[in-house]
Design a protein around this ligand. Structure first.
Ligand code: NZQ
Ligand code: ZN
Length: 385
């Protein structure tokens, strides 16, 4: 196990009616609040009215219409609103897109130039406004981590930036808020959570039993509960287990003691940068071809362990066991209604080479579990056709 620092300082308030703690938590930060949200799901579900009601003694300013795969234009607008209204705290209500956008707004407030600079170079982030979140979709762990992913469609760049200053101070997680998440978003949320776990699970470091066993437990939880949440969207046990698994998947916990870069995420970011597809859908398409591509004599033991500990697959031949584990992953994604081919999401061959080159340029594939060249990435994308 490698040396590590684990820092997850967000106060989590979890459960039904957790929103009743909102006022008590937010008052510590001030009275001028920027309420950020997406295209309207919080109005339909009633969370918007509840927030306004609970915070009726505060000055609320709003940034709405934050889009999935949040764009730098929304960040710029948010920074402007914060400056014009002397905002004390940002209240982000939504999924990862709303929270990510709010993080860079919070940092942009203290940065005098264009906030896109903060996406390109996270070292420029020195300070940020406090952020409180109310999560409505289980997927990214943004509610509990230091990452924000922002897209610049003029440049075809979707990129993550990271800073401790952007970690939310408080996050309110009420699983009932995810009852209204549509089936495809529920499934792609699970694919994203699983990918966060798998990116950390498949690393070269040996003797990482603690993060590996935690990872397998989280994966089994998702495999158990996602079909239930799809069948019964209002099943509290399913939604609560998925929600907490989501937060733990990418708040640093499954990465402790490990080194090395991620693989599927940088590839997916190129798909979204050029085609604006749903992040988890892109990951579901890439993950299985990537697994098949990197299965070799060095990785077979880990894949066999994955097959056994996550899917209870036994086989004396470790290659067969590993392959069955990969097939079980594909079957699971299919069973929850996720696409498995780029053609299903409107991506043809025309930009595969370009996206492979860009994934190589923007990612750190030399340090991945199995180091990849741009030709390797291209081959993986060809296998996703
Ligand atoms: O905009 P509204 O109307 O709110 O609708 C949203 C949106 O259309 C809807 N939704 C959210 N909660 C809902 C709901 N619909 C009904 N009921 C609810 N309770 O779902 C749609 C997708 O929302 P979005 O926030 O985009 O989804 P997600 O949480 O998956 O976030 C995706 C973004 O996060 C980035 C992704 O790349 C993508 O840009 N990521 C962020 C990470 C991080 N901060 O650590 C890591 C991830 O790997 C990922 O890259
Ligand atoms: Zn992700």
């Amino acid at each position: 196990m490698q040396n590590f620092t684990y820092y997850a300082p967000t106060k989590i308030i979890f459960g039904k009616d957790a929103i009743n703690n909102l006022e008590n938590e937010i008052k510590k930060f001030g009275i001028n609040i920027l309420l950020t949200y997406g295209k309207g799901s919080i109005k339909k579900s009633g969370i918007y009215d509840d927030v306004l009601n609970l915070l009726r003694d505060y000055n609320i300013y709003e940034l709405s219409n934050i889009e999935p795969n949040p764009k730098i234009e929304s960040v710029r607008e948010g920074v402007k609103l914060c400056r014009e209204n002397n905002i004390d705290v940002i209240l982000a209500v939504g999924g990862g897109s709303v929270i990510d956008c709010s993080k860079v707004i919070a940092a942009g407030y203290y940065y005098e130039n264009d906030p896109w600079d903060l996406v390109i170079d996270s070292n420029l982030i020195k300070k940020a406004l406090p952020i409180v979140t109310i999560l409505t979709l289980a997927a990214t762990s943004s509610e509990m981590n230091k990452t924000a992913v922002i897209s610049n469609m003029d440049l075809n760049i979707k990129k993550g930036t990271r800073a401790d200053a952007m970690i939310p101070k408080v996050s309110i997680l009420d699983p009932t808020y995810t009852y209204s998440v549509p089936a495809i978003q529920t499934a792609s949320g699970t694919a994203d959570i699983m990918s966060h776990i798998l990116e950390n699970y498949f690393q070269k470091d040996k003797n990482t039993d603690v993060p590996d066993r935690i990872s397998e437990g989280l994966l089994k939880t998702l495999i158990k509960y996602t079909p239930i949440a799809l069948k019964e969207p209002n099943n509290y046990n399913a939604r609560s287990n998925i929600m907490w698994a989501s937060s733990l998947a990418h708040n640093g916990l499954t990465a402790v003691g490990k080194s090395g870069s991620w693989t599927c995420h940088p590839i997916e970011h190129e798909l979204s940068a050029y085609y604006d597809i749903t992040h988890g859908v892109g990951l579901a398409i890439i993950t299985v071809p990537w697994m098949k591509y990197v299965l070799n004599d060095d990785t077979v033991d880990k894949f066999a362990m994955y097959a056994k500990n996550v899917f209870n697959i036994e086989d004396k031949d470790k290659y067969k066991q590993a392959t069955k584990g990969i097939e079980a992953t594909a079957d699971f994604f299919k069973s929850i209604g996720l696409p498995s081919k780029l053609s299903e999401v409107g991506i043809d061959d025309s930009k595969l080479r370009l996206m492979a080159d860009m994934a190589y340029k923007h990612g750190s594939m030399k340090n991945a579990y199995v180091p990849l060249t741009n030709d390797d990435i291209y081959n993986i994308l060809l296998a996703c056709k």
